[in-house]
Write a protein that binds this ligand. Structure first.
Ligand SMILES: Cc1cc2nc3c(=O)[nH]c(=O)nc-3n(C[C@H](O)[C@H](O)[C@H](O)COP(=O)(O)OP(=O)(O)OC[C@H]3O[C@@H](n4cnc5c(N)ncnc54)[C@H](O)[C@@H]3O)c2cc1C
Length: 435
């Protein structure tokens, strides 16, 4: 399976050789799915001394990991601050997860430095402006709690935020210094090289078709091979398909488009996001903007599944950039691609025990560049026995099926118009009062 065309596919260095699995073999740990989560777990588990095989249906970075916006965001979804996380997880797990998230930007940039990964990565900080005066206030109130949990966040007032972004409609908000941006496909391919160098085997073009109990572990089967392993971990994210219905039913798949404009001149780069820090606001349907390494603007979002969807997404997201940054020349979407996010109802990731020795991790909710990297390191601790389940940052639970999971794919399309209306009302409160 080849990667769909995207800006990242154009710019990333080639993938390392990952020959398909053939014949019968054994391993300590089999990981299914070579996105950031599978790659990071494989790397850290191999470094901990496990004999690891990473099996990927296509090639490393084929899923959301090679198709995202490349924001390195040391934070959970914007509605999930420390207080909300504690209310959902309880203090013990919440404190551990918040610490993991606070260090997740460093986890990415440290790996890149350690393994010499060429991924156009910049630790430029990450900006989160409010989309309304109310949202700005909420971010300011959240600041002390974020700092207590280890996040290196600072508050920028409206004028500072506008000066840092060149975007006149934004409110004040947060700057998290350990965030930044990268080319996500290049990062995934660089991680795959690091995994191989650490002694694990990565098999591309190896779709796993079955997992069956075998002795004290599991037999994992693909078209041309099989592996017996003590432990198996599914990191198939939203692409889990028919392999494991219980994992599929535990998330809501959300299709998200990305557009990249034509390259823009230095004069515009000097006034729009001038320090190169990516920006993502607090809107429910987030407005996000960044520069690519070849000087294009990137943004994206969801589009309703109506006829001409891709064409409408192209026009809509270009118009969205122009709406936020009015003084730009006419923009064209030279690239358009899409990927699928695995969302959970509470926006928290899940560590799932399907059966003894058979695990799944899923639900990075659009925050997986940093979160999946850091979570992979923690999961490797669990798989190698260095971390006890009781000390893991998330509760290890059976899968929690999303209610009406067969219809859950429709949920985001009911959510979208409602959310955009609420975002609009938030951003124009006086207009609401006058109508
Ligand atoms: C458009 C878009 C924009 C995003 N922007 C950002 C962002 O800017 N910042 C951020 O932090 N997060 C972002 N995200 C979220 C982030 O990309 C994901 O959270 C992260 O990539 C998930 O990584 P993963 O390893 O869990 O899954 P994936 O990268 O989806 O990997 C799953 C892999 O499993 C493989 N697989 C599936 N079934 C099988 C099988 N049976 N056998 C073998 N292999 C199999 C797939 O081929 C795939 O490669 C975005 C997501 C999307 C879609």
């Amino acid at each position: 399976m080849s990667l769909p065309p995207s800006l990242w596919a154009e710019l990333a260095p080639p993938a390392p050789a990952c020959p398909p699995l053939e014949g019968e073999t054994q391993a300590d740990l089999v990981i299914i799915g070579a996105g950031f989560l599978g790659l990071s777990t494989a790397l850290h588990a191999a470094q901990a001394g496990l004999d690891v095989r990473l099996l990927e249906a296509a090639q490393p970075g084929f899923g959301a990991s090679g198709r995202n916006t490349g924001f390195v965001v040391p934070s959970l979804k914007s509605g999930l601050g420390p207080a909300e996380t504690r209310a959902l997880l309880g203090d013990t797990h919440a404190d551990r997860l918040l610490r993991l998230v606070a260090g997740s930007g460093d986890a990415v940039f440290d790996l890149i430095a350690q393994h010499g990964i060429k991924a156009a990565a910049t630790r430029s900080g990450w900006l989160q402006p409010g989309h309304s005066a109310e949202a700005e206030k909420r971010l300011l109130l959240r600041l002390p709690d974020l700092r207590d949990s280890g996040v290196d966040a600072a508050f920028l007032d409206r004028d500072e935020m506008r000066a840092r972004t060149g975007l006149p409609g934004l409110h004040g908000g947060l700057r998290v210094a350990s965030g930044g941006q990268l080319n996500p496909l290049a990062y995934a391919r660089g991680l795959a090289r690091a995994v191989i160098a650490a002694g694990a085997r990565v098999h591309g073009e190896t779709a796993v078709t079955a997992m069956t109990p075998q002795g004290k572990g599991w037999r994992v089967t693909s078209a041309k091979g099989q592996i017996d392993a003590r432990q198996v971990l599914l990191t198939t994210n939203a692409m889990v398909g028919v392999l494991c219905p219980r994992m599929r039913q535990s998330i809501i798949p959300v299709k998200v488009y990305q557009v990249a404009t034509q390259p823009l001149p230095a004069e515009i780069r000097a006034r729009l996001l001038p320090d190169g820090a990516p920006v993502a606001d607090t809107r429910r349907h987030t407005f996000a903007l960044r520069w690519s390494e070849d000087h294009r603007l990137l943004t994206g979002g969801m589009a309703l599944p109506l006829p001409g969807r891709a064409h409408r997404a192209r026009r809509r997201f270009i118009a969205r950039i122009a709406g936020f940054a009015p003084d730009l020349p006419p923009l064209e979407a030279e690239y358009l691609w899409s990927g699928t996010i695995a969302a959970t109802l509470d926006a928290l990731p899940r560590m799932i025990r399907l059966e003894p020795g058979l695990y799944g991790a899923i639900g990075c909710n659009g925050r997986g560049v940093a979160l999946a990297t850091a979570l992979g390191r923690a999961i490797a601790g669990l798989m190698s026995g260095r971390t006890a389940e009781a000390d893991f940052p998330l509760p290890v639970t059976p899968p929690r099926v999303v209610p009406f999971s067969r219809l859950s794919g429709l949920g985001p399309y009911l959510w979208l118009p409602w959310s955009e209306l609420r975002d609009h009302i938030d951003a124009h409160p006086n207009r609401k009062a006058n109508t």
